[in-house]
Ligand binder design. Structure first.
Ligand SMILES: *[C@@H]1O[C@H](CO)[C@@H](O)[C@H](O)[C@H]1NC(C)=O
Ligand SMILES: *[C@@H]1O[C@H](CO)[C@@H](O)[C@H](O)[C@H]1NC(C)=O
Ligand SMILES: *[C@@H]1O[C@H](CO)[C@@H](O)[C@H](O)[C@H]1NC(C)=O
Length: 351
């Protein structure tokens, strides 16, 4: 049925292409209107973003058309992680990250760097070493200095430390915490700042968007870092949620406010709303209302400066392989048709 409906649209598009006019159309339909999500969000002083992977240029033409047009900021999904950038202690490898950065720069998009210090996707040489505290401090400093210097002035914001908390709000027992101690976090920010004083530096976390033990832990650490003069600019709120587990607008707004009171920004950095497959119409409607609620709360918070989704099409999402039985988490479907969530986002941005 969609194909049948698309025929007149296609005819109109061909006619417009022939006459060189823009349709400027709006409202629900099969084709996204010309005004991009990035342009609409810019009117609220918010960067609208997406993650993308290193193989983007091999993906469908529709993927590339949307990636190249709808976003003000992009986050390389994997190519800047430690296992990708430093395959051995003495080897740094930037092929994929360089290509993604060049692509974004060529289209005037900002780049969010992801991520410098994380317990996951670490190279084996690092996790298998029997490091002393001093050795691991040296390794951490060398890594941060090398990667941040590589993209100095080009990556506008870094997720410096990723997912350092347990669900109960204590610091995760990562290799860095275990061997160096909690000060690894402040040192990471310090080293990143020294390598690129103009980059905005974030602590990025999941399940810490609303109010609770984990977000209290993030808040308490943020308070300490600010009091100690550590160069941190904000908290990244990943926002990997489901249609039954997501922060209320009230809790999210309150958390954004208290972080703002510390002088810190908050960004939504990795949003998706995974659904049990096959996704029902009613689940898709709930999903749309969750995207709308989170975005509206961000727009209402003066310190929420970016809203990034973790890729944009259900054709390319980390969810189905990581959460078997779940998917349909993004705002375009597998055929690159805008979903109810896409229209809800537009609607919120146009309010
Ligand atoms: C693109 O890369 C991602 C992440 O590495 C991977 O999950 C996906 O399967 C790749 N897609 C294609 C079409 O190669
Ligand atoms: C790890 O290093 C410590 C201190 O240098 C040493 O005592 C210990 O035997 C080492 N363990 C292994 C498994 O190499
Ligand atoms: C917090 O959670 C971690 C991981 O489950 C656990 O090891 C630790 O003991 C917990 N701490 C407290 C104070 O509950």
């Amino acid at each position: 049925m969609r194909r049948l409906l698309a025929l007149p649209v296609l005819a109109a598009a061909l006619l417009l292409a022939a006459t060189g006019c823009d349709s400027g159309g709006d409202g629900p339909g099969t084709t996204p209107p010309d005004t991009t999500l990035a342009a609409l969000a810019a009117e609220h002083d918010v960067l609208f973003g997406s993650a993308f992977d290193a193989n983007f240029s091999t993906l469908e033409a529709e993927y590339q058309r949307i990636l190249g047009s709808q976003f003000a900021v992009v986050t390389p999904g994997n190519s800047m992680k430690w296992d990708a950038t430093q395959p051995s202690r003495t080897t740094f490898r930037y092929t994929n990250a360089d290509a993604q950065v060049a692509y974004a720069e060529g289209r005037g998009m900002k780049i969010r760097g992801h991520t410098l210090v994380w317990h996951s996707q670490l190279p084996f040489w690092l996790t298998s070493g029997n490091w002393t505290k001093q050795q691991l401090l040296d390794i951490l400093r060398e890594h941060i200095q090398a990667v941040v210097t590589r993209y100095k002035g080009r990556v506008y914001a870094w997720d410096v430390v990723n997912e350092p908390f347990e669900e109960n709000g204590t610091l995760r027992n990562s290799i860095f915490h275990r061997i160096i101690g909690p000060e690894y976090i402040a040192l990471a920010f310090q080293w990143a700042h020294e390598a690129d004083p103009d980059a905005k530096l974030y602590l990025n976390e999941y399940n810490a968007e609303g109010l609770g033990a984990k977000s209290n832990g993030v808040y308490a650490l943020a308070q300490q870092l600010v009091a100690a003069g550590v160069p941190i600019d904000g908290i990244g709120m990943q926002m990997h949620v489901t249609d039954t587990f997501y922060p209320s607008a009230g809790d999210l707004g309150a958390n954004m406010r208290r972080i703002g009171d510390l002088g810190l920004d908050v960004d939504i950095t990795e949003m998706d709303v995974r659904l049990r497959l096959p996704a029902t119409q009613s689940a898709l409607a709930t999903q749309a209302s969750i995207y709308r609620s989170i975005l509206t709360t961000c727009l209402a918070a003066s310190n929420c400066k970016a809203f990034t989704i973790w890729d944009f099409s259900d054709a390319h999402s980390w969810i189905p392989s990581t959460f078997p039985g779940f998917g349909a988490a993004l705002i375009f479907d597998e055929d690159y048709e805008p979903k109810p969530a896409y229209w809800a986002i537009r609607d919120a941005l146009e309010d």
